[in-house]
Write a new protein. Structure first.
Length: 443
């Protein structure tokens, strides 16, 4: 310690060398490193600010979406509260909007006196409300008479209960076919079949090897058109809640049922449309003849399946495997639902009245279109149907409809239906009693 210094204390003085260890002094390396770190910090701050801006924008967007969802939810709740009256307004609004959008087209059609406008969708007699136009032919859509005893139209100022949809039967067969889309009117399809020769062992060295070949046959399916129309008055649609919707639904249901019937039985007036039962052949017992003691319904079904499985178009062909059995509802009740063993216990406890039954991979269905005593066993995936022109609805006018406040709703479709020549082996349609007798063993 030097003179004048505080007791117990020591002072050190140092001078920072701007370039330690370097000639002439300085610390350029350290400064550069510090500057690089500072640049990275500034870059991070910039990126962080940009990210924050994006997050703020997303938050604003999300808030806006929540607002829109809440508004849509509120409107939906209002629609539910409003009830079915709103459905009529929406139907009328859709029609009005369509007419407004196509006003010039409709105007031109009116001047020409013919034509139509069309809505595409993926009852004989005029349908009226009874207070404007009376169908003197007893049309299916007329409600009541034109006037009551006091001469006042019945529906004026009257609250009507909304009519229910026409209760048409459901169809299943359409969905079991092999359905496809096509834009070809004449739809070509091919079948490849063995022709001559087969594999053979070469008996000696140098012997000629066996030759085999196959052939391809091409056929063409033609489209079929189905159509029907309904006549309605504008007053009926306005006065009867949801009438247009019911009429359109009725048209579609009738279309589907007609198509199902055609797929099963073809059409009397259209010979080219061959139904699945018409493709069906009769049962051939073969080696199964007189082999089953006390046969029951499932023995008959399994005998049909076996017949299909062992019947081939050519040697080594892949077997067909039916998956569907259709019988009349009465036969379904007798042979499945009510069938019992010698102790009075049900043979098929899983079979409930008029419901489908799955047994051994086969779906058994009651179908009123099948005549009593008949049985249909098939692989319906071998029946091909197309959507050449899918079902569509057209709305327009005929004759003087425009000045009578009437219009027409027309529904139609065009589709192909065919079974390849070889695949026809996969269909059997025969009498239940005939098959039962053929497989029954002599006791």
């Amino acid at each position: 310690m030097g003179p004048g210094s505080a007791s117990g204390s020591m002072f050190f003085r140092a001078k920072l060398d701007p370039n330690p260890g370097g000639e002439g002094g300085g610390n350029d390396g350290t400064v550069a490193a510090i500057k690089a770190i500072g640049d990275k910090v500034d870059l991070f701050k910039t990126e962080n600010a940009a990210l924050k801006t994006k997050l703020d924008e997303q938050e604003t967007t999300i808030k806006g979406l929540k607002t829109e969802v809440n508004e849509a939810k509120e409107k939906a709740n209002q629609a539910v509260e409003t009830g079915k009256g709103l459905s009529l307004k929406s139907i009328n609004k859709a029609v009005r909007d369509f007419i407004q959008e196509n006003f010039e087209t409709i105007k031109n059609l009116k001047q020409k006196g013919q034509g139509f406008v069309e809505f595409e969708v993926k009852a004989v007699g005029n349908m009226t409300s009874g207070n404007a136009i009376v169908d003197d032919g007893g049309g299916s859509g007329t409600v009541g008479s034109a006037t009551n005893p006091d001469g006042i139209p019945e529906l004026v100022g009257v609250q009507m209960a909304p009519p229910s949809r026409v209760n048409m039967r459901t169809n299943l067969i359409n969905s079991l076919t092999n359905n496809f889309n096509t834009s070809l009117a004449a739809y070509p399809y091919t079948e490849s079949v063995p022709k001559d020769g087969d594999f053979a062992f070469q008996l000696a060295e140098g012997d000629a090897k066996a030759q085999i070949d196959f052939k391809i046959e091409t056929r063409y399916a033609q489209p079929f058109t189905m159509a029907a129309w309904e006549h309605l008055s504008e007053q009926s649609v306005q006065d009867i809640l949801g009438l247009q919707s019911i009429a359109t639904g009725f048209l579609k249901d009738k279309h589907d049922i007609k198509k199902q019937r055609a797929i099963l039985f073809g059409d009397v007036a259209l010979a080219a449309l061959v139904g699945a039962t018409q493709y069906g052949r009769v049962f051939a017992a073969g080696a199964m003849a007189n082999t089953v003691r006390f046969p029951n319904f499932m023995d008959v079904v399994n005998a049909c399946i076996t017949d299909v499985y062992v019947t081939h178009n050519y040697q080594d062909e892949m077997p067909y495997m039916p998956s569907l059995c259709l019988v009349n509802p009465i036969d379904f009740f007798i042979h499945l639902v009510a069938a019992k063993d010698e102790r009075g216990l049900p043979l098929y406890p899983m079979a409930s009245l008029f419901n489908r039954v799955e047994i051994g991979g086969v779906t058994i269905l009651p179908e009123e279109m099948i005549p009593a005593g008949k049985i249909f066993v098939a692989d319906m995936s071998k029946y091909n149907t197309s959507n050449y022109l899918g079902y569509r609805v057209k709305i327009g006018w005929i004759n003087d409809d425009f000045i009578k406040n009437q219009f027409v709703i027309l529904g139609e479709s065009r589709w192909h239906a065919y079974v390849k020549k070889l695949d026809q082996q996969a269909f059997i349609y025969d009498d239940y009693a005939t098959i039962l007798a053929a497989i029954s063993a002599v006791v």
